[in-house]
Design a protein around this ligand. Structure first.
Ligand code: TMP
Length: 212
């Protein structure tokens, strides 16, 4: 009988929905042999350029180039992710392709439509399960919110629209779950997530789904 590979779980959502907290809790619940990756991965050379773009409003770069940097930042981790999964590790990701497409398409730049934004991510390994956290209550009082590019309410609304458009485009595989976190405590959200994650079926090794 072939050995199962690890599970690839993605937590997505707009800013301030508690993604990073839930990723960390999920990592603890999975226990040993779990890898947590956050995108953008600011530790690489490409990631550092992205970080500069996000934190320095005077840093100028064409929107197309920024988009390709975010995508390249995922590609440079693709083999690492596949190898971890093959070794039997579970891999949790905090943002990935969906954020990449939704934030760029939300800019409304001519020629940078959803399809254009998605095209450079085709071929990346696709998560076995994607959880999209939604909070219907606006809560922009979080300390530090507004310090980086994209952190304002009107832009976040546009990003939300693009997320839903992308879900319609990519929903054929039944691997996307919308988790309503409105009014929930951290613990309640964590329990919801754990229940859904446990229902994800085991995947035989060497089988990967890709973004097509
Ligand atoms: P973070 O706040 O989760 O570190 O993400 C940084 C910002 O980058 C956030 O506003 C979302 C945005 N983003 C993109 O625009 N494209 C991407 O591909 C990713 C992963 C994030």
């Amino acid at each position: 009988m072939s050995k199962n590979r690890g599970k690839l779980i993605l937590i997505e959502g707009l800013d301030r929905t508690g993604k990073s907290t839930q990723c960390e809790l999920l990592r603890q619940q999975f226990g040993e042999s779990t890898t947590l990756l956050k995108f953008p991965d600011r530790s690489t050379a490409i990631g550092q350029q992205i970080n500069q773009y996000l934190t320095d409003p005077s840093y100028k770069l064409p929107d197309q180039a920024v988009h390709l940097l975010f995508s390249a930042n995922r590609w440079e981790r693709n083999d690492y992710i596949r190898n971890k999964l093959l070794m039997g590790d579970n891999v949790i990701m905090d943002r990935y392709v969906y954020s990449g497409v939704a934030y760029s398409a939300a800019k409304g730049i001519e020629g940078m439509d959803l399809e254009w934004c998605y095209s450079c991510d085709r071929g990346l390994v696709r998560p076995d399960l994607t959880l999209f956290l939604v909070n219907h209550e606006s809560n922009d009082t979080r300390e530090g919110f507004g310090e980086e590019r994209y952190e304002n309410n009107s832009f976040q609304e546009k990003v939300r629209e693009q997320f839903y458009k992308l879900f319609e485009k990519l929903d054929s595989q039944n691997d996307l779950v919308i988790v309503d976190v409105t009014g929930c405590t951290i613990d309640q959200v964590s329990k919801k997530i754990w229940t859904i994650v446990q229902d994800t079926k085991q995947i035989p090794s060497t089988t990967f789904k890709l973004f097509e």
